[in-house]
Design a protein around this ligand. Sequence first.
Ligand code: ADP
Ligand code: MG
Length: 260
Amino acid sequence: MTTTATSETPMVFADRVSKSFGSNEVLKGISLTVPRGEVMCLVGPSGSGKSTFLRCINHLERVDAGRLSVDGVLVGYEERGDKLYELKPREAARQRRDIGMVFQRFNLFSHMTALENIIEAPMRVNKLTKDDAVARGRELLARVGLDEKEDAYPAHLSGGQQQRVAIARALAMEPKLMLFDEPTSALDPELVGEVLDVMKGLAKSGMTMIVVTHEMGFAREVADQLVFMDGGVVVEAGNPDEVLGNPQHQRTKAFLSKVL
Ligand code: ADP
Ligand code: MG
């Protein structure tokens, strides 16, 4: 698997990406570009295909048609000359290691402490020594404001703290792209801010991010692009102030009137 990515290569490039489950066409030709270092917020009603799109980027679903690349490498396929070959599982796994994903539910290992959750993959997958993994894990816990909690088990952490550990755990693999799928939707309202603050810091540090969220304040402040999806298509995309302030499509207006 070779890549000719340069600083000009978008981190994510989707060109007419389609995906069906049986007869249900969930993605109907999604085209979008996320340049490296930028943040895209993806919004839209439930069932519009947002999670499926993230899952395609992360090799959790297979694209049926169209092209999808991460950092210049086709996802699901490999190009040799003018032919496309399906990626082997090992190549797909290799690509996935560069992508961090944070879900609505925290998905921490309940039998491991915060620090153990963070060092597990770097030790097992990246073969870091325990000392190195722990040193890095502590730095990451400090970065998400949880340096006091390294020995705490998930059950003893609030939802917001668990989600911050989940972000630190994803960062421990040094991803070049972070995907967030409604990371604050399951949180009590008073815990949302602390998670969004960590995400804002990450965006400021230059991380490339795609964030599915209904937090429009966050989108307005952090996103370079806001994409509104409905029914498996991109209805509208652009600068968040423009899309939020002056939506062009009736469907966007109707959706925004419910979440703003
Ligand atoms: P969103 O994240 O925007 O709410 P999803 O991507 O989760 O939307 O779902 C879009 C559509 O795809 C829904 O109709 C959902 O039922 C369907 N879907 C998602 N995953 C699967 C699956 N694994 N098998 C069958 N249908 C699925
Ligand atoms: Mg979803």
